[in-house]
Design a protein around this ligand. Structure first.
Ligand code: CMP
Length: 140
């Protein structure tokens, strides 16, 4: 298995409820290492650009408004097989379908306010990490 990095975002519903530490505990317990992390307020243009792949979806405008509704914590997570591993740790996009013990089952409020984002492929992970972090901000 290859050592990989994936991009995680702890979303505004989670920062609002002060549960970023609880989410980080689940991440670290799973074996993923947080090798970069910062708390930021996204601008509307940044949120639009980050989710540009969803621009044609009916939920796009609401998603962008939600993502700028409060601070987020952006993170780089590292482990063997990190992309798929983090998707397992997050659980299904809709928390109603998320397995017990996953972040979304434990913390998410709805399909929109679903507490975390994780890259869906290694290729997108590289793009998403570069969107938020420069090389010298990441240290294993
Ligand atoms: P995320 O992994 O951040 O990627 C896109 C986000 O759109 C997704 O998580 C959800 O929070 C959000 N979203 C809102 N409505 C929907 C929907 N109907 N289907 C899929 N994603 C949705």
């Amino acid at each position: 298995m290859a050592l990989e990095r994936t991009l995680s975002i702890i979303k505004p519903d989670a920062t609002r409820r002060n549960v970023t530490g609880g989410i980080n505990a689940v991440i670290e317990k799973s074996g993923l290492r947080i090798v970069a992390q910062k708390r930021i307020q996204l601008t509307e243009n940044q949120a639009k650009a980050f989710y540009a792949v969803h621009a044609e979806r009916p939920f796009y405008n609401d998603l962008v408004q939600f993502m700028v509704s409060g601070p987020v914590v952006v993170q780089v997570l590292e482990a063997d097989n990190a992309v798929l591993k983090y998707r397992d740790v997050m659980g299904a996009t809709n928390p109603a379908n998320a397995d017990a013990g996953t972040i979304r089952a434990e913390f998410a409020e709805s399909i929109e306010a679903n507490s975390v984002h994780g890259s869906d492929s290694l290729e997108n992970a590289a793009i998403e990490i570069a969107f938020f972090f420069s090389g010298c901000e990441i240290t294993g």
